[in-house]
Design a protein around this ligand. Sequence first.
Ligand code: SAH
Length: 209
Amino acid sequence: MMTKNALAMLLSRLAVFEQPVARLEQYPTPSDIAADLLWEVRGELIDARVVDLGCGTGILGIGALLLGARHVCGYEVDGSLSSLVKRNLDWIDEQVGGELGSIGEKFSLVIADVTKIDSLEADVIIMNPPFGTRAVHADRLFLSKAIGVPVICSLHKTSTMDYLAGWMEKQGHRLAWKKAVSFPLKATMDHHTKTRQMTDVTLCVFTQV
Ligand code: SAH
C-alpha cells in the first residue's frame, strides 16, 4: 500500500510543462497538493473509473492510478502534451515496476476541448481546471461536465469558492471536504512580472446528495 508521502514523492518527479501556454492556464499542481487531494478520496479511488479533466502532464490521473484506480481517462485540449504524458507514464511504470499492473495501459489520453464534450461516465472526476482568469467561467464549465458523477475532486480559486459551491449544491453536489492551500503560479508565463506569485486556492471534494 502506497503512503501519502511516497505518492507525493513519486508525483514530484514527473515532468512538468516545458513552455506553459498562458491562455490555457497551464499551471502544474504541486505534488504535495495533488497528493493531499487524492489522499482524501483514496477509498473511493480503489477500482474506480476516473476522469481527469484538463489533465496536462497527467499528474492527477497518475496519482489516482497509484492509489488503485482501475482506469483513467484524461482529457486535454493541448495535443502537444501527449509526448509529455507518455513520458510520465513510462517513467512511473519503471518506478513501480509492474506492481500495480502497467499504469500506462490504464491511462487513456483524449485530446479534446472539455467545454465541448457531452456526458461522461465515471465514478470519480478529478480536475485542476483553468481558474477562469483567462477563459471566463472555464472553472464552472469544467464543473458542469462533472454533474452526476458521485465524487468530484477539484481545485478552485478561494475567491470563487462560495459561488461555485453554491452553484454545485443546486446541481445536487454537496461540498463534503475542503482545504485551503497556497498555490504557486510560476512566472514562466510572459504576462507575469513577479518571479513567483502565490494564489489562495481551495481543494474541494463534492459528493452527490
Ligand atoms: N491537471 C494538470 C494541469 C492543470 S493546468 C495538473 O494538475 O497539473 C490546466 C490544464 O487544463 C492545462 O493542461 C490546459 O492545457 C488544460 N485546458 C485548459 N482549457 C482546456 C479545455 N477547454 N479543454 C481541455 N483542457 C483544457
